[in-house]
Design a protein around this ligand. Structure first.
Ligand code: UT7
Length: 332
């Protein structure tokens, strides 16, 4: 059997410049910095204020930087997958738009919608196309303009989310480095606890849906929290066990950044020390599909060839999963 694996060979990220701090939110809704920090770990988020710009613009900025860093020419890219919960339009896909804006004239592209687990789902999907030998250069981008679906009068949700994007280049690796394993789950019965009520075929947009604020994120936080803690920790422990990884073998845990308490619970369950957990929730909040690639981007200089990295996520659907990869290069 071929030992062809799919390895990340480059990473880039993009966050908008404008910050929305806890102090700003204190002026908008009945909340306070202490509550937000202790309940979530978040101090500020980035917001794409330009109303003429969308999720594809966040993704395009990340992909253009990725192409610059890796030296890959746009026409060399075979395929692009965009993980997003806030597509520019319901159709065409945001992946098509990013590919157009980046000049990926030979790539075919589509979106994967799996809420906060979308980046892991997409990485697992893309890696199959590399492992089979079908393609050699695939870009996976996680991008969300969450501010476009947040009600800034709802203190339970507006404190959590931010905008951002990250993108990785996937290429074949014959040294056994790259994606080793993934465990993915979904359970649609969880949909009632975290969803956007209107705008789809069930409740098309109408004056009533707008008046009722049904185009915003709806979340029953406590229930989602309970599921997130147990599912993200379980699946991360399971992937370690299946791959004979002991706590000391894990170089880095890259958790979805939804809540610092969920991240801590996952790390504890895996027995992974805090110093090996990528956390940037304080700066960006929950950027949905952007969280995991934004972490990898920020930590790139500390990653070494051969590092064992476990990604983990939980999100609306419910969807959840974890992915184990061996990092393929040492930067610089
Ligand atoms: O990424 C996708 C998956 N999503 C998640 O993983 C998110 C999971 N859920 C969470 O992270 C947490 O449930 C939240 C951060 C959303 C909320 O934290 P919590 O500790 O579960 O708070 P709670 O909803 O149980 O609310 C506790 C109290 C309530 O007041 P009472 O009823 O105890 O008087 C809320 O009304 O805190 C109140 N509260 C707030 N207070 C100040 C809710 N939001 C706020 C706020 N500021 N922003």
């Amino acid at each position: 059997m071929s030992n062809r694996k799919a390895a990340i060979t480059g990473i880039a990220g993009y966050v908008p410049e404008d910050k929305l701090t806890n102090a700003d939110l204190e002026k908008m809704v009945d909340t306070n910095d202490e509550w937000i920090r202790t309940r979530t770990g978040i101090e500020e988020r980035r917001i794409l204020k330009d109303q003429t710009k969308a999720t594809s613009d966040l993704g395009t900025a990340a992909v253009k930087e990725l192409l610059r860093k890796t030296g890959v020419k746009p026409e060399e890219v075979d395929m692009l997958i965009c993980a997003t919960a806030t597509p520019d339009h319901l159709f065409p896909s945001t992946a098509n738009i990013i590919s157009d804006k980046c000049g990926l004239v030979n790539a075919w592209s589509y979106d994967i919608m799996a809420a906060c687990s979308g980046f892991i789902y997409s990485l697992a999907t893309a890696s199959q196309f590399i492992e089979t030998g079908k393609y050699s250069k695939i870009i996976v981008v996680g991008a969300d303009k969450m501010s476009s679906i947040i009600d800034y009068e709802d203190r339970a949700t507006c404190i959590i989310f931010g905008d951002g994007a990250g993108a990785v280049m996937l290429e074949p690796n014959d040294e056994g480095l790259g994606v080793q394993d993934s465990i993915l789950h979904s359970d649609g019965s969880g949909r009632e606890f975290l969803h956007q009520k209107a705008g789809g075929s069930l409740n098309p947009a109408s004056i009533k849906t707008v008046e009722n604020k049904e185009h915003f994120v709806y979340q029953e936080g406590k229930t989602v929290f309970k599921f997130a803690v147990s599912k993200m920790a379980d699946v991360s422990a399971e992937i370690m066990e299946r791959n004979n990884l002991k706590s000391d073998d894990v170089s880095w845990l890259v958790p979805h950044q939804a809540n610092l308490r969920i991240i801590d619970a996952t790390a504890r369950r895996m027995g992974v020390d805090n110093s090996k957990v990528m956390i940037n929730i304080q700066k960006y909040g929950n950027t949905t599909n952007g969280t995991i690639p934004l972490c990898l981007w920020e930590w790139e200089d500390q990653l070494k060839k051969g590092d064992n990295i476990v990604l983990a996520a939980f999100g609306g659907g419910f969807t959840w999963g974890s992915l184990y990869l061996k990092w393929a290069y040492t930067a610089n």
